[in-house]
Design a protein around this ligand. Structure first.
Ligand SMILES: Nc1ncnc2c1ncn2[C@@H]1O[C@H](COP(=O)(O)OP(=O)(O)OP(=O)(O)O)[C@@H](O)[C@H]1O
Length: 258
């Protein structure tokens, strides 16, 4: 594993009752990289995220994180503590609490801060909270009830909550699903900002979003790696065009979602 690598998935195979949802998949991630994982329905994208966060155990293969640790045998909570954060599609925020209270809870969930559970947050912790609020664009909504936020704002709040736990790798499943165009663009910018410090893997179906914000893209098909490269490389690949919708490249390239 090279010095700049943070995650290395090697030859990962996942079986569900004998059905191979993922077959010999490789995926390497560098520090400070934003990677998009795309592919048709059932390609195995979500299963790969499940493997990386420990929710699903592969039948074979290795997932090496950080200092050469194989995490495939470790329980999910331990992998989270080691620094791999996973955000699912549905937001898990506390609706009746304010934006700031939600962030405070997330911050206190981090082990190093847990000792201060009933204490006042230090000024350093407060600074971090406010920095996080600004980063997710909710600086002027800190006192608003989380349940009253727009769909996009809820997603950003949850991303902010995850970031307070300081993951090194952040895994996101269709983060812009259901967002307005404006919210989608803001999310793309936010992901780029996050990737200045952390590594991010995004499973995505919205091809316009991928085109606008991806630098490196990994394409899966039937549980395998089909193609990896820049968006231009991927879009210009005949095999990718064929598996996507089973249509010609022009059709696939002109659709906004797949
Ligand atoms: N728990 C499970 N039990 C049985 N089969 C499963 C399970 N989870 C996923 N699968 C199957 O594995 C294959 C890959 O699923 P997965 O959700 O990883 O694909 P995906 O690329 O994320 O698809 P989508 O884009 O539609 O979400 C699919 O055929 C799916 O039906």
């Amino acid at each position: 594993m090279s010095q700049n690598e943070i995650l290395q998935c090697r030859d990962v195979t996942v079986e569900f009752d004998g059905f191979k949802a993922v077959q010999g998949m490789n995926l390497d991630l560098h520090k400070g990289e934003l990677r998009f994982l795309i592919g048709p329905n059932g390609a195995g994208k979500t299963t790969m995220l499940d493997v990386i966060c420990g929710k699903v155990k592969p039948s074979s293969g290795r997932v090496t994180f950080g200092e050469k640790v194989d995490i495939t045998k470790k329980p999910e909570h331990q992998i989270a503590e080691m620094g791999i954060g996973r955000k699912f599609q549905a937001p898990s925020i506390f609706s009746s609490m304010t934006v700031l209270e939600n962030l405070e809870i997330a911050m206190r969930q981090k082990r190093s801060v847990a000792a201060t559970l009933f204490a006042r947050l230090s000024s350093e912790a407060k600074d971090r909270l406010h920095h996080q609020l600004d980063m997710i664009g909710l600086g002027d909504k800190s006192g608003h009830r989380a349940g009253g936020l727009s769909h996009g704002e809820k997603q950003w709040l949850e991303i902010g909550m995850m970031l307070l736990q300081e993951p090194e790798v952040l895994l996101l499943d269709e983060p812009v699903a259901g967002m307005t165009d404006k919210e989608t663009d803001k999310t793309g910018e936010l992901l780029h900002e996050i990737a200045l410090k952390r590594s991010v893997v995004v499973v995505e179906h919205d091809m316009e979003f991928v085109r606008n914000f991806a630098s490196k893209v990994t394409v899966m098909h039937e549980g395998k790696l089909l193609k990896e490269g820049s968006m231009e490389d991927v879009q210009g690949d005949e095999r990718v065009a064929e598996v996507y919708l089973g249509k010609r490249r022009d059709d696939y390239a002109s659709r906004s979602t797949a």
